[in-house]
Design a protein around this ligand. Structure first.
Ligand code: NAP
Length: 282
């Protein structure tokens, strides 16, 4: 099984994304079943945020994890940039904790940078660690310059991970951000690892090479995409699945290991960038 280290936690390298979970009340039971299917087949990480459905995704997570041992789960939540101030962060965090039905998050991320000075946010996050409401904090949608700025701040190096868009279609961060993060032992949380079901460029699912690799591994193209994000052992991939079958397929991708010749062939088809790219976000 592919694993990843986030600080002192060793985790299965595929977790559960939750953006748009909870949007349709009629899908709620199926979504709960999907999350539980992932947890029952080896996933332990759940990635959610106060932004997702204005708390509705957190609310579905609460029902999904009811009955599971909290210590065995690793829950990531995110604060909106406008709430990442001394005055507001703790209130936002308390509301998220209540919606998820837990008294701590394993990791709490600044969802993206906003107008609140970064130093103020870091101080507020550190205060929440001291209070025991979060075990660790991290960032999301940070590029190279953002990380350098962060690391200059007091306690800035306590950042545990950076969550960024990363999939076979969007390799921009491989040019300078991933090497920098690797040098600093800062893990990547890869969001939208399935390129949102190939709706970004639409060129993945029909690609003959991806189809051939999928057939070789008795897998789907999506499972190959997930396995690809994990190939260096320093990333956590958080696909979102609203159906139990998708959730099961995603967790099963933990067992797929792509061979060097397969990775080389993929890099020919979907090349890594040769110059700095603007940070891709969704
Ligand atoms: P994604 O995971 O790349 O793609 C989700 C789509 O793929 C859904 O349409 C899903 O369909 C489909 N799918 C899932 N598993 C599949 C499978 N095995 N076979 C075929 N289709 C499959 O997109 P995402 O939701 O944008 O990203 C994943 C997570 O990353 C989010 O849910 C969120 O937690 C996080 N995220 C974070 C940020 C940030 O700024 N930090 C931004 C975007 C996303 P069904 O839903 O029908 O199963």
């Amino acid at each position: 099984m592919q694993i990843v280290k986030l600080g002192d936690a060793t985790l299965p390298a595929i977790g559960v994304g939750t953006w748009h979970i909870g949007d349709n009340p009629q899908q709620r039971l199926t979504e709960i079943k999907a999350i539980r299917t992932a947890l029952d087949h080896g996933a332990t990480v759940i990635d959610t945020a106060e932004m997702y459905g204005m708390g509705r995704a957190e609310d579905v997570v609460k029902d999904a994890i009811a009955g599971y041992s909290r210590e065995k789960l690793y829950i990531i939540d995110k604060v909106l940039p406008g709430n990442a101030s001394h005055r507001q962060l703790e209130t936002s965090l308390d509301q998220s904790l209540k919606r998820v039905g837990t008294d701590y998050f394993d990791l709490y991320l600044l969802h993206w940078r906003g107008a609140v000075p970064l130093g103020e946010t870091v101080d507020a996050l550190e205060a929440m660690v001291k209070k025991g409401k979060i075990r660790h904090w991290g960032v999301s949608n940070f590029d190279v310059a953002d990380l350098h700025e962060l690391w200059q701040l007091p306690n800035g190096k306590n950042c545990l991970a950076n969550e960024d868009l990363y999939n076979l279609d969007e390799r921009g961060i491989e040019f300078d951000l991933i090497p920098l993060m690797n040098n600093h032992h800062l893990p990547l949380i890869a969001y939208s690892p399935l390129a949102q079901a190939d709706t970004i460029s639409g060129r993945l699912t029909a690609d003959p090479l991806l189809q051939e690799l999928a057939a070789n591994h008795h897998a789907s193209v999506y499972q190959i995409m997930l396995a690809w994000t994990l190939r260096h052992g320093n990333a956590l991939s958080i696909p979102k699945a609203a159906t139990p079958q998708h959730a099961l397929d995603n967790v099963k991708a933990l067992e797929i290991s792509l061979a060097p010749n397969e990775l080389a062939a993929l890099s020919k088809h979907f090349p890594s960038p040769t110059s700095k790219q603007p940070l891709a976000t969704i």
